[in-house]
Design a binder for this molecule. Structure first.
Ligand code: FES
Length: 110
């Protein structure tokens, strides 16, 4: 069982300008456009309490604004120290002009 959760409109997200999305009861999300493909990750850095949407997107990489660590947006892999724990990524769907994520049962119930 899964649930489709809309995060923001497609036209709000521009390449290099990730968008913070908040949904009650769920962690903060970051929505990205990488060469026309949309991706969603958790917005809080796994190294500290920084919002990645305050950082710097360089192509498929998001750099944290606090200590210069970075992640691969598509996979969530930590690519630059001091980030070492992967970032959670989500399955993205475009739903009638909205960017949405598909949550599975445990997340949907959280
Ligand atoms: S909080 Fe993100 S690199 Fe330290």
């Amino acid at each position: 069982m899964s649930e489709l959760v809309r995060l923001c409109r497609v036209d709000e997200v521009k390449e290099g300008e990730p968008v913070a999305a908040h949904v009650a009861g769920l962690p903060p999300f970051a929505v990205y456009d990488v060469e026309g493909t949309y991706y969603v990750t958790d917005n809080i850095c796994t190294h500290g309490n920084a919002m990645l949407t305050d950082g710097y997107q360089d192509g498929g990489t998001i750099e944290c604004p606090f200590h210069g660590g970075a992640f691969d947006i598509a996979t969530g892999a930590a690519t630059v120290f001091p980030c070492q724990i992967p970032l959670k990524t989500y399955s993205v769907e475009v739903d009638d002009g909205w960017i949405a994520i598909r949550l599975t049962a445990p997340e949907a119930a959280a």
